[in-house]
Design a protein around this ligand. Sequence first.
Ligand code: CP3
Length: 342
Amino acid sequence: MTTTLHDSAFVRACRGLPVPHTPVWFMRQAGRSLPEYRKIRAGVGMLESCRRPDLVTEITLQPVRRHGVDAAILFSDIVVPLAAAGVDLDIVAGTGPVVAEPVRTAADVARLRALEPADVGYVDEAVRLLVPELGPVPLIGFAGAPFTLASYLIEGGPSRTYLRTKAMMYGDPDLWHSLLSRLADITLAFLRVQVGAGVSAVQLFDSWAGALSEADYRRYVLPHSARVLGGLADAGVPRIHFGVGTAVLLRAMGEAGADVVGVDWRTPLTEATTLIGADKAVQGNLDPAVLFAPWEVVEREARRVLAEGAAAPGHVFNLGHGVMPETDPDVLTRLVEVVHGG
Ligand code: CP3
């Protein structure tokens, strides 16, 4: 089975090897766009569902069965390892992660403890259940990158301005670096559990890094993300690195140590490839909002993304960010057929 997974179109595209067809999966492919997801999640909290290997397995498999995508992504959330390491938080429907006691001082940072593999035994178990169920379909593990995790911890929840996050970053760089360093340790430990349990690739989500200039990204963020990605260099699985609004960061993100850089819809993949470097694959980048346009537009835009992706050494088709909950799942299924050459 290992040979099959290593030879899958998805893993081959990540490695820049020739593929029979462009592989495709969707960020947030498991979730509220699927009626079967809404049904199984009824009455079960988000964090609780992430801690139940039976639910994680079923929810992860749902979009694979329905759409025939080339990869599954583990059903979890970027704040799961933080909660497992003792941070008091919840994931509120329609809002996102909410942290009871935001991290603002040196004492708050000192209270953040390391993540032990036993803290996330349910993740290990879910991956071990999923790998045989998925057969030839590779499973992507993931984690939040230190900056994006820090933004939730410091703000206490989602933010549009990242004011408190940036206040700590500029105002107390020592504290900032000690926080990001602890978060890098947690993220690396969390990804190692997933790799040890058998995932075929990992994605590091730095969703909100696009709030920074390139200079600040290089100074305050890149070294910590690079330590996470570098810590997986010997793991034998492709590493994907993704953020939103990263047009000015793509060059730097390409230097952080991933094999694949995810690109949002604002930057054409041809331009992204020039910035990221010809030794890396790209992932993306159809605007998730295009899925609400008439089908002819969806198809035209998908073909444009495929043509632009051909400039890169490897291309994994995806959206430029996650599937919106209101998306018609049948459009996603048809999109997979187009990417596969239909
Ligand atoms: O299919 C997949 O992509 C796997 C599942 C997945 C979830 N969260 C499940 C989830 C993944 C990869 C994530 C990562 C995640 N979580 C990120 C990085 C990816 C990105 O979108 O940039 C971020 C920033 C978070 C934090 C977070 N958690 C947000 C912003 C939200 C949405 C809040 C909302 O309700 O609109 C969550 C909750 C969440 N995570 C949901 C799901 C399916 C929705 C909650 C629910 O279904 O009840």
